[in-house]
Design a protein around this ligand. Structure first.
Ligand SMILES: [Zn+2]
Length: 60
């Protein structure tokens, strides 16, 4: 059994899929990528692809 850390902070971080708005846990996200140095998490590979299509990674 896992206990919450003091203050009720969850060890897993919930992040929002920017494509469909679904909440995903970063360590369990089925798909993710790094955009301009920021990791972005998605509920599925399909959402990751549509995100990349809308916002292609910039070449340096
Ligand atoms: Zn999604």
């Amino acid at each position: 059994m896992q206990r919450k850390s003091p203050g009720g902070v969850e060890p897993l971080m919930q992040v929002k899929d920017p494509v469909c708005g679904m909440k995903v846990e970063d360590s369990k996200a089925p798909a993710w990528g790094t955009y301009e140095g920021t990791p972005v998490f998605f509920c599925s590979e399909a959402c990751r692809r549509s995100y990349e299509r809308a916002r292609p990674p910039r070449p340096k």
